[in-house]
Design a binder for this molecule. Structure first.
Ligand code: RIB
Length: 275
């Protein structure tokens, strides 16, 4: 008989703690884990593969009972090989998982991209700039595919920038030299950077450019104009992933579960009809 010693600790890996999406997510996770008597061990991987591997190894060595891995830089395949070998339960969130490897909580990123595109289309925009990271993780690529389902590719200008405010500012130069009248930022952080970049060039939102973000972080209602965005149920993603992992720890051989959560268009004042 195998006796499993429990450390009552869960390793949580996120790519960027400065992004409020992950603040909110972590809080959702931590509250659930706390309720169930687990400690949260938080690791910020900075989207660096090496750092992420080091953390996975180190957390394993410290005997955590399981992992919650958000938007990882290393492949699901590698995580699977690493953690399955060590018989550690894990759950991957915020990324499309490979089939049959782990439990997962995902949102409908394709529909999110589609909703954003449809909103801009209904406002009369025909030329769209989308700002996404180079080698975007699969969930973010789905947002782009969603946009492609509404607009022909020759009406979409794809601009690459990291998912940060600085990334948004950098993207503005390419936006200004494109035909775009509306901008779809792959997350709200990028959108806030785009606000600053456009303002620095004397451009107004929504008069000169409509801007739509993604995530619906709290800050959206504290910027002027308030940011139209696609809302993800961020706290819920965190809570459900913690619950799913705890269930898996209690019942290691149960069937893999994938929870798909809906997204929603939140119309505010950063988007307006094309003049
Ligand atoms: O802001 C972080 C973004 O990266 C979110 O959209 C989340 O889904 C992640 O992929």
């Amino acid at each position: 008989r195998m006796v499993m010693k429990k450390s009552k600790t869960i390793g949580v890996l996120v790519p960027d703690v400065t992004n409020p999406f992950f603040n909110t997510l972590i809080r959702g996770i931590e509250r659930e884990l706390y309720k169930a008597g687990f400690m949260t061990l938080l690791c910020n991987a900075d989207l660096e593969e090496e750092k992420e591997r080091t953390y996975l190894n180190e957390l394993t060595r410290r005997g955590v009972d399981g992992f919650i891995i958000a938007n990882s830089a290393i492949s699901d395949q590698e995580i699977n090989e690493h953690l399955r070998k060590k018989e550690k339960p894990f759950i991957i969130i915020d990324q499309k998982k490979e089939e049959g490897f782990s439990d997962a909580v995902v949102t409908d990123d394709f529909v999110g991209g589609q909703l954003a595109g449809m909103h801009l289309y209904e406002l009369g925009h025909q030329e769209i700039a989308i700002v996404i990271p180079q080698n975007a993780p699969s969930n973010i690529q789905q947002r782009l595919f969603g946009l492609y389902s509404i607009f022909e590719s020759n009406h979409i200008k794809v601009i690459h920038a990291p998912l940060t405010k600085a990334g948004g500012e950098e993207a503005v130069l390419s936006i200004l030299t494109s035909k775009a009248t509306a901008i779809f930022a792959a997350n709200d952080e990028l959108a806030f950077g785009i606000y600053a970049g456009l303002a620095a060039c004397g451009k107004k939102i929504p008069e000169d450019y409509s801007v739509i973000g993604y995530d619906n972080v709290e800050m959206c209602t504290y910027v002027t104009p308030q940011l139209t965005t696609i809302a993800q149920p961020i706290t819920k993603i965190g809570q459900l992933s913690a619950q799913l992992l705890i269930k898996r720890i209690d019942e290691p051989t149960k069937k893999w579960e994938e929870i798909l959560l809906p997204v929603e268009l939140i119309k505010r004042t950063s988007t307006a009809p094309l003049k």
